[in-house]
Every structure is written in C-alpha cells, then in structure tokens.
Design a protein around this ligand. Structure first.
Ligand code: NAP
Length: 311
C-alpha cells in the first residue's frame, strides 16, 4: 500500500513545492502518493502550513505525523484536534541562510550608521567613524537554530554576542544566558538586540518598559522573531525618549501591518513585511522527506515540537 502524503498549504504553494517534494520522495525509493486532495481517512502524513484549509485533524484517522513547513508553530501548536507528532521546519539550510543574511545586513546597517550617509540632503561632512564591531555588544534573545546561526556569523565579524535561551545553550565565542534570571544580564548594556524567540505565552512582551531600559542608551532593536515578543507601547515610548534609537521590525501582532499603525510613520522605525526569511522549497522538501523516511522506518521523527512548551 502506498504512503499517502497530503500537501496542505495555501493553494499557490503547490506549484512551488510539488516538483521538489516529488524529487525528495523519489530519492527514498518509496511507493507514495503526493497530492493536495485525498480522502482524510487515507492520509498518512500532512505536509502542512498553519494557514491552510486543514484546521480539524479529527477526520485524519490514520495520520502518522504533521510536518510543518514553517519554523514558527504558534498557529498550530494549540490545536487540540491534532494528537499525532508535529514536526517543525529546522535544518532547512535556505531558511537559515536567509535569516543569517537578513539579520547580519540589518545589524551592519545600524552598526555602520549607513543611513546618515545614504540620506544626507544637506551634504554634511559627517566624518565620525563608527566603532569597531568588537565594541558593539549584540544580544540575541532566542538562541535556537536561527539564533545560533546568526550568532556564528556575527561573532565571525567580531561582535561580542550574548545568547539567551531557556536552557542556556553554549556556543564558542558567545556568552550564554539562561532562563528568567538570565535575561537582565543578556540585555544590560547591549547596543543591538535581535529577537529570535518563538511566540509562546512565556515570551510575549519579553521586550517591555523594564527590559528595554536595561539596554545601552540609544540601542537598536531588530525583530525577525514574532510581533507579540514586543510591548509596542513600551517600544514607541522608548523610541521617543531616545533609550532606543531605532527599531527594525519584520513581524507584527497584526499582519499585514494596518495602514494606520504608528510604526509605518515613525521616523526611527523600519518596517519590513515578514520577509526576513522563508522556507525554501528545495531544501525544505529534503527535510520533510527525511521525516517521512523515519516514520516509515520506525525511527524517531526529527524536530518534534514540544506541545507543552509551545515551540
Ligand atoms: P528554535 O530553534 O525553537 O529556537 C527558539 C529559541 O528560543 C530557543 O533557544 C529556546 O530556548 C528559546 N526560548 C523559547 N522560549 C523561551 C523562553 N521562555 N525563555 C527563553 N528562551 C526561550 O526556533 P528557530 O528555528 O531558531 O526560530 C525562532 C523563531 O524565528 C521562530 O519561532 C519564528 O517565530 C521566527 N522566524 C521568523 C521568520 C521570519 O521570516 N521573520 C522566519 C523563520 C522563523 P531553548 O534553546 O532552551 O529551547
């Protein structure tokens, strides 16, 4: 009997994913069916995006796993109709590389003070050179797959990097901080703060009036993580007071960001439309296929979501 794989994402994604998924599944030498339309009771695996039409998993009576195409799982992790293993997207080298490039680019923009030279209508001779990277502490809140990859790139450029996580991951050249008691030390004196945490009840508003005040005066916030990580009113107040000099925000509580949101017009805010990094169909298909191989071989799935922790 073939292994039945249902692709459940926004309809326009099928054209992008069909060929790479077939190619990755063909490499397994597996008898399979891959389609966007299967009777629920016949489906073995769902290749899934949380914004797909599939929201009630109860009819999928022989389902073995849901393989999420996104790194973030806040849109599915609380779905009580889903009782089989849920894996998220990790080790998609395209997704990781995209995030490293986006974060490094925005860190360097602020570190080098590029804006002052790009937009200089009065032709001011602003000849104060920026400090070297070694004098610019960067705190990365959320030190998982993406945070660690960004830290490796930033330490290679010479930035002193602090990484904050629940468990306190160690990484060469990075100062590691853990848990609720570690965040203050990670943020104190940081000049650039990068948010790469998941959206969970524990991480909401992690950047608030109290924690923003710990950063170095004039610090920069870069958020490619999730919108709810930031208390927006506290950030706007910190921008107005000068405690924070700039915020580059890729993610928001409401997306697309409403036209009347103050972030659009704030002179010290850069809005990017949730483009920091995207799952890449070729590399992501190999990750999905490997988990299907494991499921069929009776091996443990990779990248399982801890449903209690929410990520
Ligand atoms: P990950 O590997 O699960 O890493 C998450 C990190 O956050 C881990 O270090 C984890 O600690 C830490 N963490 C979770 N809850 C915490 C808490 N309460 N206190 C302290 N640390 C906590 O996830 P990832 O693959 O790096 O992705 C991170 C996030 O990036 C995703 O959840 C998603 O929201 C976002 N993202 C955005 C885009 C975009 O285009 N903007 C693209 C991809 C991903 P432990 O290491 O101890 O578990």
């Amino acid at each position: 009997m073939p292994v039945n794989v249902l692709f459940a994402a926004q309809p326009d994604r099928w054209a992008q994913y069909e060929a790479p998924l077939r190619s990755a599944l063909d490499a397994l030498d597996l008898d399979y069916v891959l389609t966007t339309d299967l009777p629920a009771a016949k489906v073995d695996y769902i290749v899934y995006a949380p914004n797909s039409a599939v929201q009630d998993f109860r009819p999928y009576t022989r389902l073995k796993a849901v393989l999420n195409l996104w790194a973030g799982v806040e849109g599915v992790v609380g779905n009580h109709t889903l009782t089989v293993p849920l894996a998220r997207m990790v080790d998609d080298e395209g997704l990781t590389q995209g995030m490293v490039e986006w974060v490094t680019g925005h860190v360097l923009r602020h570190h080098l003070g590029m804006d002052a030279h790009i937009v200089n209508p009065d032709h001011l001779w602003q000849n104060t050179p920026p400090p070297l990277s070694r004098d610019r502490p960067v705190a990365i809140l959320g030190f998982g797959a993406l945070g660690q990859a960004c830290a490796a790139a930033l330490t290679a450029l010479g930035f002193p990097v602090r990484g904050w996580s629940r468990s306190g991951h160690a990484q060469t050249g990075v100062q590691s901080f853990a848990g609720a008691e570690g965040i203050d030390a990670a943020l104190t004196g940081a000049q650039i703060v990068v948010l790469l945490l998941p959206d969970t009840p524990q991480t909401r508003d992690v950047l608030n009036a109290r924690t923003l005040a710990l950063t170095a005066p004039g610090a920069v916030i870069i958020n490619p993580g999730r919108g709810p990580l930031i208390d927006d009113s506290a950030l706007l107040a910190a921008l107005d007071s000068g405690q924070i000099s700039h915020a580059t925000l890729d993610v928001f509580r409401t997306e697309p960001l409403p036209a009347d949101d103050p972030y659009w017009t704030h002179p010290q805010v850069t809005v990017t439309p949730h483009i920091a990094s995207e799952t890449r169909s070729d590399s992501a298909s190999r990750v999905v296929a490997e988990n299907i191989r494991r499921g069929e071989a009776g091996e443990p799935f990779l990248h399982l979501v801890d449903r209690d922790a929410g990520y």
